[in-house]
Design a protein around this ligand. Structure first.
Ligand code: DGY
Length: 331
């Protein structure tokens, strides 16, 4: 019996590849870089399923190249703004993602950034290594207190809620803005639902947890930064283009806000000019889900999505299942 043909666009944790190879005829990009667009188009041709990354742009041309037999593109990420889901749906291709398994790792990293910026952890480490520590001083490298402050969460999905829950451990008052109130979050944290403008004006820490869509592109720009307290800190572990990076660099440079902790960037891996020189920004190379345990779980979830689709079962994390299946059956 011929086995389903599956292409994996980059090496993943071994457990995921081992599971996939047990059930399919799998090929993995062995290289240390993402495929070029032409390489990707060539590799997906004739595949029954593709396991892709957030760094792969999956548009109609790539989906068309895969061919009509292709059942699923399983993204190795919770965010899937790199995929044209409408085009996939029209072609009857299921798109799947990896929610839940990376919630805690990403919330932990948002908190690592929050603490690092507030308490000048990266700056202090650098100063110490370069011999600037001359002994304890009353006014040396003063940061901002975290405990008891106001934590503003924009986007009350799984990761936003997990970040808010951690705020309770620091006795923080939590406020949030979202498309609708979230009673579960309010019950767990005492959070108060507020308009985005109110949140920006009140919060000491603003943490972003929205998906990247046309509506959230540059959600935080010059106008929003101007509303924030001069002592406020912005944290972004969502997607880079949610923040207008040029406006952010200007706000950090002029002290319009106190600091920023960023794990994602507008044109990854390229940084906005000036950002890397700012001492009040902590900038990480997109590490939100980067723990061994989480990356393995993400791989297993992506593989389970693929195996289900190939078996004619419902993939646990399809984002367009009903519509894609309807299109496939000509409905
Ligand atoms: C995601 O899953 O969307 C994350 O950005 C990956 O770390």
């Amino acid at each position: 019996m011929t086995r389903a043909k599956v292409y994996v666009t980059r090496r993943l944790p071994e457990a995921a590849l081992e599971l996939l190879s047990r059930h399919t005829d799998m090929e993995v990009n062995p290289g240390e870089r993402s495929l070029t667009r032409q390489e990707l188009i060539g590799k997906v041709r004739g595949c029954d399923a593709v396991l892709c990354l957030l760094t792969d742009t999956i548009d109609d041309e790539v989906l068309a190249a895969a061919g009509p037999q292709c059942r699923i593109f399983a993204n190795y990420a919770v965010g899937y703004n790199n995929i044209d889901v409408a085009a996939a749906t029209r072609r009857g291709i299921i798109i799947a993602n990896t929610p839940d398994v990376l919630t805690d790792a990403t919330a932990d990293l948002a908190w690592a950034l929050l603490l690092a910026v507030a308490r000048r952890v990266a700056e202090g480490d650098k100063a110490n290594r370069s011999g600037l520590f001359k002994g304890w001083e009353p006014l040396f490298m003063l940061g901002r207190e975290v405990s008891g402050k106001i934590l503003g969460i924009i986007g009350a999905g799984r990761i936003g809620q997990a970040v808010a829950r951690r705020g309770c451990g620091f006795a923080m008052k939590v406020i949030y803005s979202a498309s609708r109130p979230n009673p579960e979050l309010e019950a767990a944290t005492g959070a108060r639902f507020v308009a985005r403008e109110e949140l920006l004006r009140e919060a000491d820490f603003v943490s972003l947890h929205v998906p990247l869509t046309p509506a959230t592109h540059h959600l935080i720009g010059e106008r929003e930064l101007a509303m924030m307290k001069p002592t406020a800190i912005l944290i972004n572990t969502a997607r880079g283009p949610v923040v207008d990076e040029k406006a952010l660099v200007a706000a950090l440079r002029t002290g319009r806000i106190w600091g920023a902790g960023l794990d994602v960037f507008e044109r990854e891996p390229v940084l906005e000019p000036g950002l890397a020189e700012l001492p009040n920004a902590v900038i990480l190379p997109h590490l939100g889900s980067a723990t061994e345990e989480t990356r393995t779980r993400m791989g297993l979830v992506a593989v389970e999505n693929i195996l289900a689709a190939l078996d004619g079962r419902t993939p646990p994390n399809g984002v367009n299942i009903k519509e894609a299946l309807a299109a496939r059956s000509g409905g």
